[in-house]
Design a binder for this molecule. Structure first.
Ligand SMILES: *Cc1c(COP(=O)(O)O)cnc(C)c1O
Length: 423
């Protein structure tokens, strides 16, 4: 589909919805009906804050009345203490291609990145003190870059920056030259937050391992929209958000993965009581717990883990491959509309055109996009803006329809024409 004029009409969008096997799931989300007051006419930010599922209303109410309100402190032993592991395993199975016992839910993404990268770095230094280089690309998400810089400063290590094309991401050609006998740990976003570039997890992991490095994959923009294969790729560690495509709600805690054979070779720096081998012994000295337990720290963020369970269940029911197929169809459709409507206005695609290298969002570049984004928000059409000049169109596969894409993209076109004073 490359700007095919036949696919730009509203009736085409309606026909795509009618043929979409996942269309019905949209109704399971809060706020998708046009009868909901104040809801966006087109929501293109499910990659930043996903919509809640209606099922979460009932789950949260039930939780307050029963698990918290009635069972009270007894719920810790009955279920809460195990939640990080139980939900982590369910997410791993539904969306991450990971066997049980390797995934937890826990801290904020940023804090978990620190803990996991720091654990990997010490593991590497213990085995070979000459591995003094941390590797990350210069267009990775700010928090990832800041955390890596902080750890390098803390330990007197060096950051090797991979300079990437902002419309692409980390490729083997760019990564290979910085890998070598000094490589300690490499941090890569599986889907780049700006361009939507989908990195080759298998190929890059292999190259990093060949150089003796350890890799941490940031899955914030891939979990729940693209099929991730952590075990098959032999990934070492991974961290990701649950409030983007996993719809866990604002500030919902992150998930983290450590490959089974590495877990007890690593220790993380926030050694709190919940990660202890025997938390309720409350004894002297820290002894890390078995398996993934040692990567936890303090009291489990139970309330933050409620809503994500509904989306994890839904992903398991629908299947991540079917979700990825719809995601690709949505982004391809948006690109087709951009070719037909926006390219003539000077808009450039800042996202890979080849679906094999594209995640779940599309970035459209034009110097007027900051203003276009502001005007659209005032009219209840919600994309987001990322410098320089990028309008991000995030298309959460289960909650977004083709008609919604059509409507939102036509408003982008009309607004850009107005900003450029073409009408
Ligand atoms: C969204 C995102 C984060 C967010 O980190 P928080 O600690 O949840 O604010 C981190 N890394 C990447 C790549 C992201 O896309």
């Amino acid at each position: 589909m490359t700007g095919d004029a036949q696919l730009t009409s509203l009736s085409d969008a309606q026909a795509l919805d009618a043929a979409d096997p996942l269309f019905g799931y949209r109704d399971q989300f809060v706020g998708v009906g046009s009868d909901t007051p104040g809801t966006p006419q087109a929501y293109f930010d499910g990659n930043s804050l996903g919509r809640p599922l209606k099922a979460s209303i009932e789950r949260i109410t039930h939780f307050i009345q029963n698990d918290w309100g009635t069972r009270l402190i007894r719920s810790w032993d009955e279920q809460w203490l195990e939640l990080p592991h139980r939900i982590g395993d369910a997410l791993a199975q539904a969306a991450l291609g990971a066997a049980p016992g390797q995934t937890i839910i826990g801290d904020s993404t940023t804090v978990m990145l620190y803990k996991f990268i720091r654990a990997a770095v010490s593991y590497q230094l213990d085995r070979d003190p000459n591995r003094t280089e941390l590797v990350i690309d210069d267009d990775n998400f700010p928090t990832d870059r800041y955390i890596v810089e902080g750890i390098a400063n803390e330990l007197g290590l060096t950051v090797r920056w991979v300079a990437v094309d902002r419309a692409l991401g980390v490729t083997l050609d760019l990564l290979q030259p910085v890998l070598g006998p000094k490589t300690n740990t490499v941090v890569i976003s599986h889907v780049a937050y700006r361009s939507g570039y989908l990195a080759d997890m298998a190929g890059l992991t292999r190259a990093i391992h060949d150089a003796g490095g350890v890799v941490l994959w940031d899955l914030c923009h891939s979990a729940g929209s693209v099929a991730v294969e952590l075990d098959a790729c032999n990934a070492d560690l991974a961290v990701g958000c649950t409030y983007k495509y996993i719809n866990g709600g604002p500030g919902a805690p992150a998930f983290g993965y450590v490959r089974a054979d590495l877990q007890e070779q690593m220790t993380q720096p926030i050694q709190g009581w919940i990660g202890h081998a025997d938390p309720f012994a409350m004894g002297p000295g820290y002894t890390p717990g078995p398996g993934m337990r040692r990567f936890t720290s303090g009291t489990v963020p139970v309330t933050g883990m409620l809503a994500m369970q509904d989306t994890i269940g839904l992903i398991a029911e629908v299947g991540i491959d079917a979700i990825r197929e719809k995601s690709l169809a949505l982004t391809e459709y948006a690109i087709g509309l951009a070719d037909a409507w926006l390219a003539p206005l000077g808009v450039e695609l800042a996202t890979p055109r080849d679906g094999r290298w594209r995640g779940g969002h599309v970035t459209l570049s034009h110097p007027a996009m900051r203003e276009v984004n502001q005007r659209l928000w005032a009219e209840d059409v919600i994309p987001d803006y990322r410098d320089p000049h990028g309008l991000r169109i995030g298309l959460s596969p289960l909650s977004t329809s083709f008609q919604e894409v059509w409507l939102g993209m036509s408003r982008v076109r009309d607004t850009l024409r107005a900003v450029l004073e073409l009408d």
